[in-house]
Design a protein around this ligand. Structure first.
Ligand code: HEC
Ligand code: HEC
Length: 192
């Protein structure tokens, strides 16, 4: 993917995070970057991307796709962010300041604060006393993927894990998971 497509994709992805442009969202750190009146950076096409958006992609999008915060409730993000030293068997530790900043950002954009239909569906599928750390273990996710035989993901060297949303959903970074866009590596389009 060309650099510019990647940047545009990132912008679009983050503009889709909350279903609206992130206009007016406050960026709270100051590292000398250009500031718009809202305190956020104005970038290509006037889409505003906050410093936290970029920080999240950098810190939480290096090992895997940066999952949109609206996939999990606040309590899940809080628990996940307090256990980064053992994050699914790896260390994803951050400095205390960055951890605190990203935890706040994730909570602010969590499922409870989203108007996106999928976020509502996700919330409905999670029991009130449960605090899942995985999107892929939710009832909502399972319902959407139960028809997928293991051969096409677990035994597929180009996929291996259902947590790799972007392996099969080409526009996952834009927040788009439409079933008609699905293309499984080595398998092709998915028509059920
Ligand atoms: C050092 C690599 C690494 C970094 C950095 C990292 N992760 Fe992960 N993360 C993993 C691994 C490995 C898994 C398990 C993937 C799998 O099961 O296929 C995972 C899984 C997850 C899952 C669960 C996916 C599912 O199954 O639904 C979430 C949510 C998650 N990470 C969020 C984050 C957040 C938020 C950050 C930033 C604070 C982060 N990750 C940074 C390695 C990393
Ligand atoms: C192995 C490929 C694969 C991976 C990896 C994968 N999906 Fe999917 N996903 C599919 C397929 C195929 C469908 C359509 C299933 C059907 O129609 O029965 C689907 C459907 C969906 C749907 C419903 C789409 C609709 O139009 O209603 C959502 C939402 C979704 N996936 C989200 C995710 C998320 C989030 C992740 C990562 C945490 C993920 N998927 C990982 C293959 C995948």
């Amino acid at each position: 993917m060309s650099r510019i497509r990647k940047i545009l994709g990132t912008l679009l992805f983050f503009s889709c995070l909350s279903g609206t442009l992130l206009l007016g969202v406050q960026a709270t750190t100051g590292n000398g970057a250009e500031k718009s009146p809202a305190g956020a950076k104005t970038t290509l096409k006037g889409v505003i991307v906050t410093e936290e958006d970029l920080l999240y992609e950098k810190e939480c999008g290096s090992c895997h796709f940066p999952y949109q915060p609206w996939w999990l409730p606040e309590r899940s993000w809080e628990k996940l962010m307090s256990g980064l030293q053992n994050h699914f068997g790896e260390s994803a530790e951050l400095t205390p300041a960055t951890q605190q900043q990203l935890t706040g950002w994730l909570r602010n954009h969590a499922a409870e604060h989203s108007t996106i239909g999928r976020a509502r569906g996700m919330l409905r599928s999670i029991k009130a006393d449960a605090t899942p750390l995985r999107i892929t273990e939710s009832g909502y996710f399972r319902r959407k993927h139960h028809e997928l035989p293991r051969q096409v993901w677990q035994e597929n060297p180009a996929v291996r894990s259902l947590a790799r949303c972007d392996a099969c959903h080409p526009r996952a970074e834009l927040g788009s998971f439409n079933e008609h866009e699905v293309k499984i590596p080595g398998v092709g389009r998915w028509d059920d």
